[in-house]
Design a protein around this ligand. Structure first.
Ligand SMILES: [Zn+2]
Length: 460
């Protein structure tokens, strides 16, 4: 478990502690912030780094610039701060040029603005990368927490604040170059443009500009800046811990991933499950299911959010109705390392299938239940975005209403069809019997009449 001391204290206390020789507290008349809109410039066919990620017809470099301009405009309204940008239009700037520029204007911090995408388009959430080393970690991490707080307060999903190490130190060139110069550098990954879970919330200019405002508010909070107010001096308003050893990223997968199926309604394809997983180094972030044969490399395209806590999670999942076969789960931590569970064999319940009347009832009940669950699920995202590791949150539910509704409608119409068939057969049978009875009765009566007449003739 990584230690992270993060306490809100008065700036006065910060000075006192700094004087005692503990933490670094940068107090000055003015703070210099350099905003770096990630990527930029014409795209090379072979090297797409200039555009950044591309999705939904968007190029990340352009979205970054919109957020960065809004960030600049907002932060410039605060006192005791000077703001610069590494690029103000669509042009190529190398990573070392960005850092050199920041150094040349005396930056206290360099903040790079980005949006995310993943190879399998299944990840979502907002994350921030910081240096793993000393004061660059201390300042970077504390500043990142202030910005993350703003994001989460407006309904964004906290992935995490992370370090990433490569062969030469910090993995990202911008952070590595910043760290070399002792300049705290952070990379803001606001959200995933290629995953609907994020994209639906962050797909327009209003959202991109709003991120810039949130970023500025986070910086202002960190340095104790106030809008239109010039103070005697300003500095970090939160306690900073500068680690003596590098803060290493988690490099091990979650452990103890175990799947238990509590019930399986094969008509509905509804699986009630309990999933167990543990990770002592980082937060558990996603889980997903796959049917059929899977191995370590199988892509689980639809992921749901784990509640972040070690231990167990319960929920429901939908498979094809009547499905008979394997079901396996996968659990990811925030470092995108994953482990697959044991495989459970799903066996259809045949009794339930034969009982049409019962099934019809189940279909109706579940339909209304599912609709209600879906509404609750959407509200949870809006009102309780911080399904954070420590605080926890509601157990996420698998959002499969569309599939369930389609299945419901299908099953319902089949049940209806078979009812109508039965009724028609019944009616035909009843009419046939009735006609036969009438014929039989009338022919018997005719016979009797004939007999009577015959006898009468003889008798008379
Ligand atoms: Zn980027």
């Amino acid at each position: 478990m990584r230690k992270c001391i993060y306490l809100l204290v008065l700036p006065v206390m910060t000075f006192a502690m700094a004087a005692a020789g503990g933490i670094r507290a940068h107090a000055a008349r003015n703070i210099t912030v350099v905003i770096d809109p990630g990527h930029g410039g014409a795209s090379d066919e072979k090297d797409e780094t200039n555009s950044g990620c591309k999705y939904h017809g968007l190029e990340e470099k352009n979205v970054n610039l919109i957020t960065a301009r809004s960030f600049y405009d907002e932060l410039s309204q605060y006192g005791n701060v000077t703001v610069y940008m590494t690029r103000e239009d669509d042009r190529e700037v190398s990573l070392s040029e960005r850092v050199e520029y920041a150094e040349s204007v005396g930056a206290d911090v360099l903040i790079s603005v980005h949006y995310n995408a993943s190879a399998d388009h299944n990840f979502f959430g907002s994350e921030i990368f910081t240096s793993a080393y000393g004061e660059c970690y201390g300042t970077g991490h504390a500043l990142a927490e202030c910005i993350m707080d703003e994001w989460v307060s407006e309904g964004n999903i906290r992935k995490d604040i992370k370090t990433r190490i490569g062969k030469k130190g910090d993995y990202y060139g911008l952070i590595r170059n910043g760290t070399t110069l002792g300049l705290p550098t952070i990379i803001l990954e606001h959200g995933y443009l290629d995953n609907d879970r994020d994209y639906q919330r962050i797909k327009n200019e209003t959202a991109w500009k709003n991120f810039g405002i949130m970023d500025a508010k986070g910086v202002a909070k960190f340095y104790g800046l106030e809008k239109d107010v010039i103070k005697e001096d300003v500095g970090p308003s939160v306690e900073i811990e500068n680690p003596s050893d590098p803060v290493m990223p988690d490099d091990t997968e979650p452990t103890g991933v175990r799947l238990e199926v509590d019930s399986y309604n094969s008509n509905k394809g509804n699986v009630e499950f309990t999933l167990y997983a543990y990770d002592d180094e980082s937060k558990l972030m996603y889980y997903g299911f796959e049917t059929g044969d899977v191995d370590k490399d199988t892509v689980f395209p639809e992921l749901e959010m784990w509640d972040g806590k070690n231990g167990k999670l319960t929920g429901s999942f939908h498979v094809q109705p009547g499905y008979e076969g394997k079901l396996t789960a996968k659990v990811f931590n925030v470092y995108q390392l994953d482990s697959i569970s044991n495989t459970v064999e799903l066996v259809p319940d045949e009794e339930a299938e034969d009982d049409e009347e019962d099934n019809a009832l189940i279909v109706d009940e579940t339909e209304s239940e599912m609709a209600e669950e879906d509404t609750m699920f959407v509200d949870e995202i809006k009102e309780e975005p911080d399904n954070s590791w420590i605080i926890g949150g509601e157990i996420p539910k698998v959002d499969t209403t569309a599939v369930a509704n389609a299945i419901d409608k299908n099953t319902e119409s089949q049940v209806r069809k078979s009812y109508i068939g039965l009724i028609i057969v019944g009616l035909v049978a009843a009419v046939t019997i009735a006609v036969a009875a009438v014929i039989a009765i009338s022919s018997a009566a005719e016979k009797r009449r004939k007999n009577k007449r015959g006898r009468g003739l003889f008798d008379d």
